[in-house]
Write a protein that binds this ligand. Structure first.
Ligand SMILES: C[N+](C)(C)CCCC[C@H](N)C(=O)O
Ligand SMILES: O=C(O)CCC(=O)C(=O)O
Ligand SMILES: [Fe+2]
Length: 351
């Protein structure tokens, strides 16, 4: 006890002088470890594992799998996966995070093979697999490939020759759905071809990806230019590029037609907003940034033709239309982003 106390006091003194972290010799320090005070890096027994770690005053530092990671002690206690702290059936935390002492420090740290054991002052033991720590550390996450996005304009998209997915394969095969979602995540739009032109088939397609979002326009909307709703979508007028439902608390994305009166900011900020809006609009209206799609009609008179369904990520791609004459009917729905991303992740996509 005595030698530990001395080493501890001395290390604190050195610590104050150097303003550096200290590393306690976790086993009973031998005399040689007291003078001069060395910063100990703990090495794994087997060099092949190549894991080095250090217990700092306010965090735990781990070097493993070519990653230097730093963990807060409250974080290490809070993410404990032991039976009393974590419900492995529901993957939920049972530990009350607010009960963790914000100044908590582990009494001992031990590495056994590829598992780190942290023993806390109350005797509770938290174990972490080294690979779990790499995967769930801030530093490990930063290395992860984020979902690649391909920024495009009309020319880039046309040249990419992105394949549409056939209706049957989309509905009946995992590959079909996965290829579709991969394109959707990469480009923000994706097509399904060969779809029977009915609301039921469109609905089936949508439900293959996610829950359909019920809104004031209904679950599946089937609309035409009958002005059945007080909105220019229900007319023959052209609609400049926009996204829908910007007036919802959880909108599909932003839209100039539906913008309410700007009355939440003072006049000088308003002018800055208009200047920024103009810059964005000029960019959006550049012809090279427009990609026109002539939607194949599914029904002409009594004749039914298989048609295509277009999915748009409203956070990345705006939509609009030209004005038109004659009779035109459009069927569609809104999907919830969380569910679309969840389906993509379940298929192993980075979303
Ligand atoms: C017809 N349909 C339901 C597709 C859209 C209606 C959208 C109306 C509104 N202008 C908006 O952009 O949110
Ligand atoms: O009629 C269309 O093609 C699109 C209409 C539209 O943008 C909308 O309903 O929000
Ligand atoms: Fe719209």
């Amino acid at each position: 006890m005595w030698c530990r106390r001395l080493s501890h006091l001395q290390s604190r003194l050195q610590d104050l002088l150097r303003g550096r972290v200290t590393c306690w010799a976790l086993q009973q320090p031998s005399f040689k470890s007291l003078f001069p005070l060395a910063i100990h890096w703990h090495h794994t027994a087997s060099k092949s594992l190549n894991c080095v770690w250090q217990q700092h005053e306010d965090h735990f530092e781990l070097q493993y799998a070519n990653t230097v990671m730093r963990f807060d002690y409250v974080w290490l206690r809070d993410h404990c996966l032991s039976a009393s702290c974590y419900n492995s059936k529901t993957h939920q935390r049972s530990l009350d995070t607010a009960s963790v002492d914000l100044c908590i420090q582990p009494k001992t740290i031990r590495l056994d093979e590829t598992t780190l054991f942290f023993t806390w002052p109350d005797g509770h033991v938290t174990r972490y697999d080294l690979d779990w720590l790499v995967k769930n550390s801030y530093e490990g996450q930063k290395q992860k490939v984020i979902q690649p996005r391909i920024l495009w304009n009309a020319e880039i998209y046309q040249q990419a020759q992105v394949p549409s997915v056939d209706f049957q394969s989309f509905l009946e095969t995992k590959e079909g759905l996965k290829n579709f979602l991969q394109n959707f995540l990469l480009y923000g739009i994706a097509f399904v071809e060969n779809v029977p032109p009915t609301q039921e088939h469109t609905e089936k397609l949508a439900e293959r990806i996610s829950l359909i979002r019920e809104t004031i326009y209904g679950r599946m909307w089937y609309f035409t230019s009958d002005f059945s709703r007080g909105d220019t979508a229900y007319t023959k007028l052209a609609l400049d590029r926009h996204t829908d439902t910007t007036y919802f608390q959880e909108p599909c994305g932003y839209n100039n037609y539906d913008r309410a009166v700007i009355n939440t900011v003072p006049y000088d900020v308003v002018h800055r907003w208009y200047t920024a809006h103009r810059t964005l609009t000029i960019e959006l209206r550049k012809p090279e940034n427009e990609f026109w799609v002539k939607l194949k009609p599914g029904r002409v008179g009594a004749k039914l033709e298989r048609c295509q369904v277009l999915f748009i990520d409203n956070w990345r791609v705006l939509h609009g239309r030209e004005s038109f004459t004659g009779y035109r009917q459009l069927c569609g729905c809104y999907l919830t982003r969380d569910d679309v991303l969840n389906t993509a992740r379940l298929l192993g996509l980075q979303a």
